[in-house]
Design a protein around this ligand. Structure first.
Ligand code: FES
Length: 601
């Protein structure tokens, strides 16, 4: 047995297994998109000290080899070693702070008849063959099932042996249309819901027999390397050599790695279905469909409603016949993530006019009720998703999610996810920090640092920054970015309302969605002028509503059908051609706003 010490301070024991397996046992998850087969090259780590036996160096360059890089899934420690982990690790949690899991349970408690998963298991007893009855195995299976379903070639090929080995008794997994596969005895039936965000990818593993959420895993969307927002990624997909394939591979690898991490931890079951929600560009890229025309007027996607495709079509590492359901989009800039979010809030059933705002790299806004729904989209940038600012990070362990500043003592009080040492700032922390700095006279109305207002302001990388802790700070460029992002969201909301002849006061409920931490101080978001100035009790924070909606659809075919109808019912309003939007945006580039009367209370 050897000790593996990591550069992040952990000590892991290796008992003859690969580095990847030793780390997994200790709860450290590398990206392992091929599931440890040594072909994807994603589990690369650097051995800084110690002896290691390596089976394969596939995807490791000569130079990397000299520097000590190895594939964790192909390497076995042969002494104590010091290991340098990559920055991008997968986060696994039982209850992810960004997904409101109670929404799912409460929904089905209130609507038990809608609990109808996309796949279910059926146990059948098949009539054994007889000399006097020449019916084939498949015909006898069909009779036992009693419903007309399709069968894949793979299923039929295995059928004779499976029937005879199991003494003519079978458990099969079916969708409403098709028999997918056999379920071995004792194997649990799992489904996976995925939210493909422009910045973050989150996966939920669901037990579809017990209707229970098991675990969540998340990571950054690897496409970030090729651009922060959807427009840059569309340009890359269209113009770079093999750009579309590179971006498709990134997201497929991310999902493979997340699903693999969760299935390695939950070996009692098998995944039989996937339900995906994402913005229109992300779903196009996932399916390898060129999103080029989304960025060209009149901004149409190739498709809004996705066919019934399989894991093999997407090159996921699951069994090839596993169906993948994609929540439909509304338009080029209103995707299935928003349709899923509306389902999670049930806004399409509301009598009064409500507002839904999804704060992510894009800020999507929907206004309406059970009779009508109008949606618009504005580009907010990734800073509220923990990217695009100096110390930004996702809402996971170590992220500052709230800050209180005391001017008299020039001290800060922090709320950190997991109550650990702060290592970065997530979206809700960003809002809190800017609000506190403004309220305490550290930044002015334009968001600029006021010289000598705090000893925490120091000069770093040729600009001023406010130090929250030794290693976490917010720079002048970060604040400029945040002001532009909050202005885009506020301007989107106020333009859409005014174009519809509505006023903020006409809104009965405002659902706020986004991958923030568990905690989002709505009042502070209002104080910096990001959200309309309305009473606090009208706001409902719904977390990652896209993932919640995808989980709901995974657990209910009826809801997936409603999602299909909802996508056709929503009208898209294009903000980019609105002169009012430009005016509203320019006025919102102040904290809280040029027209202070809009934020009097
Ligand atoms: S190469 Fe190691 S997990 Fe793919």
């Amino acid at each position: 047995m050897f000790e593996i010490k990591t550069n992040t301070g952990e000590t892991v024991l290796s008992e003859g297994e690969t580095l990847l397996e030793s780390l997994q046992k200790a709860g450290i998850y590398l990206t392992a998109s091929c599931g440890g087969k040594g072909i994807c090259g994603k589990c690369k780590v650097r051995v800084a000290q110690g002896k290691i036996r390596v089976n394969s160096f596939l995807n490791i360059s000569e130079n990397e080899k000299k520097l000590g890089y190895v594939l964790a899934c192909q390497s076995f420690p042969e002494s104590e070693i010091l290991l340098e982990l990559p920055e991008k690790l997968i986060t696994v949690t039982e209850r992810i702070s960004t997904a409101k899991v109670d929404v799912v349970y409460n929904f089905f408690k209130k609507n038990p008849t809608l609990l109808n998963p996309l796949v279910k298991k059926i146990h059948i007893k098949v009539q054994p063959p007889q000399l006097e009855n020449p019916e084939g195995d498949l015909e006898r299976v069909k009779k036992a099932l009693g419903v007309e379903l399709l069968f894949s070639r793979e299923f039929i090929e295995l059928l004779p042996e499976v029937l005879r080995e199991n003494n003519w008794s079978l458990t099969v997994v079916v969708t409403q249309k098709e028999v997918i596969d056999y379920l071995l005895s004792g194997n649990k039936l799992y489904g996976v819901a995925v939210d493909i965000g422009t910045t973050t990818v989150v996966v939920a593993l669901v037990d579809l027999e017990k209707n229970e959420l098991i675990e969540f895993a998340s990571c950054y969307n690897s496409q970030i390397l090729y651009g922060d927002d959807v427009i840059t990624r569309i340009i890359y997909a269209t113009e770079a050599p093999r750009g579309l394939e590179i971006l498709r591979r990134c997201i497929v690898d991310d999902i493979n790695a997340l699903v693999n991490t969760l299935t390695v931890r939950n070996k009692e079951g098998r995944v039989f279905v996937i339900c995906i929600a994402g913005n229109t560009t992300m779903t196009h890229l996932f399916w390898g469909i060129n999103p080029n025309y989304i960025r060209q007027e009149p901004y149409v996607p190739v498709l809004n409603h996705y066919p019934y495709w399989k894991a093999k079509d997407a090159e996921l590492i699951l069994d090839s016949q596993i169906p993948i359901y994609t929540i439909p989009s509304v338009a080029g800039f209103i995707g299935g993530d928003i349709v899923a979010g509306l389902l999670a809030c049930q806004m399409h059933n509301e009598e009064d006019i409500c507002l839904f705002i999804d704060i992510g790299t894009n800020g999507e806004i929907v206004v309406g009720n059970k009779d009508w729904l109008i949606a618009a989209s504005t580009s907010a940038g990734p800073c509220f998703e923990g990217s695009g600012i100096s110390c930004g990070m996702r809402a996971t362990q170590g992220a500052i999610e709230a800050m209180k500043y005391d001017k008299a003592s020039d001290t800060v009080e922090l709320k950190v996810i997991g109550e650990s040492k702060p290592i970065g700032i997530c979206g809700s922390g960003v809002i809190d920090i800017v609000s506190e700095l403004f309220e305490n006279g550290i930044v002015d109305q334009k968001g600029k640092f006021i010289p000598n207002s705090s000893k925490r302001i120091r000069f770093i990388n040729e600009e001023f920054a406010f130090f929250i802790s030794d290693n976490c700070y917010i720079t002048q460029s970060d604040i400029d970015n945040i002001v532009r992002s909050k202005a885009a969201i506020y301007a989107g909301v106020s333009t859409l309302l005014r174009e519809l002849g509505l006023n903020e006061k006409d809104i009965s409920k405002i659902y706020i969605a986004g991958g923030f931490g568990e905690f989002l101080d709505i009042q502070k978001a209002v104080k910096i002028g990001m959200l309309p100035n309305l009473p606090k009790d009208r706001y409902i924070f719904v977390g990652n509503a896209s993932l919640t909606g995808a989980i709901l659809c995974l657990m209910s075919s009826n809801l997936l059908k409603i999602a299909e109808e909802l996508a056709d019912k929503i009208t898209y309003f294009d903000l980019s051609s609105s002169k009012r939007f430009t005016d509203e945006y320019l006025s919102a580039l102040f904290i809280p706003h040029t027209e202070r009367e809009r934020f009097l209370s």
